[in-house]
Design a protein around this ligand. Structure first.
Ligand SMILES: [Zn+2]
Length: 392
């Protein structure tokens, strides 16, 4: 057995979701919505059972569904698979409300506010000629933006707030085994540059997708303001809703671009580093301030999320370093300096005279902290001062 064969035999498998845009025609859309209303009805029925103290377990709900389908042609017109899956989802949500801290009881799904979401197992769907085939002769073209890695085990068909439909397939794929790496990287989050790293090749610039879409959003919002009808309970016009959708669409597009770029960047960082030291940034700090800061916040949030997720999946060592004092500590001698004003872009150490770019110094401090096994700069400087004390 060669090394390669051996590696192939041991490739771990992971379960992930692959999502694609759907382009349902008018008929398919009507069918999906009708299916959603049946499933929503069953969900609400289960919530009601739960409230009246009937303990709706999976088995009980299954029996309830069988009886309901027997007596109602409306339910029989829908897919049994989708209806069963909806009740399974309810049962799971109910179990979680007991076990998972902070998770509430399942709530009723309101006709006007709940977004359609349907689940099918392999019994309920198939793929044929590039189309997603659902029960009762519903056939929907799929935009195959990439290949599925294996046959999907289930699919969730859902509509977002903009009215677009998507299919999210659960598939198993081989985990990409990355070569081991001794290299470490420190990451400090910022505004002009989203991620300042110890290696400039891996810096992530702020591309300003949200800023660029701002005029479009503002225009749509002015339109909304002009078309708004007074009164709390007044129904808004079609034109008003169209303007609202335009605004949401522009923002969503920007968010998608940001996410895509963060993914590419995170993949690049994870592939090349065994140790990833990340400033544990909490967006709350900046949220109060201006629009530009908010946009940067969103970009940082997306980048951090992708980096943690990818690092974890690849089995890299990811260390979160608390941000306190990272900018005022010297990355060369670890001495604590005076607080730098925000507009001072160069760091200069009073103790050893070391000079470096402010962000680069901070990124180096973050990496050094993680390399020395600390979670915050203070851990490490205490360690240093005590060991110095022993040496003296
Ligand atoms: Zn120094």
């Amino acid at each position: 057995m060669s090394v390669v064969d051996h590696m192939l035999a041991n490739v771990p498998v992971e379960t992930v979701r692959y999502s694609y845009r759907l382009r349902p025609g008018a008929g398919a859309r009507r069918a999906l919505e009708a299916e959603w209303h049946r499933c929503r009805f069953l969900w609400n029925e289960a919530v009601y059972q739960g409230k009246s103290g009937n303990k709706p377990t999976r088995a009980k709900l299954g029996k309830l569904l069988t009886a309901a389908r027997k007596s109602s042609t409306w339910l029989r017109d829908g897919s049994q698979n989708a209806e069963q899956q909806m009740l399974c989802t309810y049962a799971l949500a109910r179990e979680h409300s007991f076990k998972v801290k902070g998770r509430g009881k399942p709530k009723p799904k309101k006709r006007k506010t709940a977004l359609p979401s349907l689940e099918y197992t392999t019994r309920g769907f198939s793929l044929r000629d590039g189309r997603l085939i659902l029960p009762k002769g519903v056939s929907i073209p799929v935009v195959w933006s990439r290949d599925l890695p294996s046959d999907p085990r289930s699919v969730r068909v859902y509509r977002d707030s903009l009215g677009d439909w998507y299919a999210s397939f659960v598939v198993r794929r081989d985990t990409e085994v990355l070569p081991d790496s001794d290299a470490g990287i420190g990451i400090d989050w910022g505004i002009a540059t989203v991620a300042n790293t110890t290696d400039a090749r891996f810096d992530l610039r702020y591309r300003g997708h949200r800023k660029r879409c701002a005029p479009q959003v503002a225009k749509a919002q002015r339109k909304m303001a002009r078309r708004r009808r007074e009164g709390k309970k007044t129904r808004q016009s079609k034109d008003y809703h169209r303007a609202k959708r335009d605004s949401a669409r522009a923002q969503k597009k920007a968010a998608r671009r940001t996410r895509h770029e963060s993914r590419v960047w995170a993949g690049h960082v994870v592939a090349n580093h065994g140790l990833i030291a990340v400033e544990d940034f909490k967006p709350k700090f900046l949220f109060k301030s201006r629009m530009a800061r908010k946009a940067a916040d969103a970009a940082i949030g997306a980048a951090k999320r992708e980096l943690l997720e990818r690092g974890r999946r690849a089995g890299r060592k990811v260390v979160m370093v608390r941000p306190a004092h990272t900018t005022m500590t010297c990355s060369e001698c670890f001495a604590r300096n005076k607080r730098l004003e925000l507009d001072v872009r160069t760091f200069q150490c009073d103790a050893c005279g070391y000079t470096a770019g402010r962000d680069w110094n901070a990124a180096r401090v973050i990496l050094a902290t993680a390399e020395r096994g600390g979670r915050s700069v203070d851990d490490v400087s205490h360690l240093r001062s005590s060991s110095l004390g022993l040496a003296l």
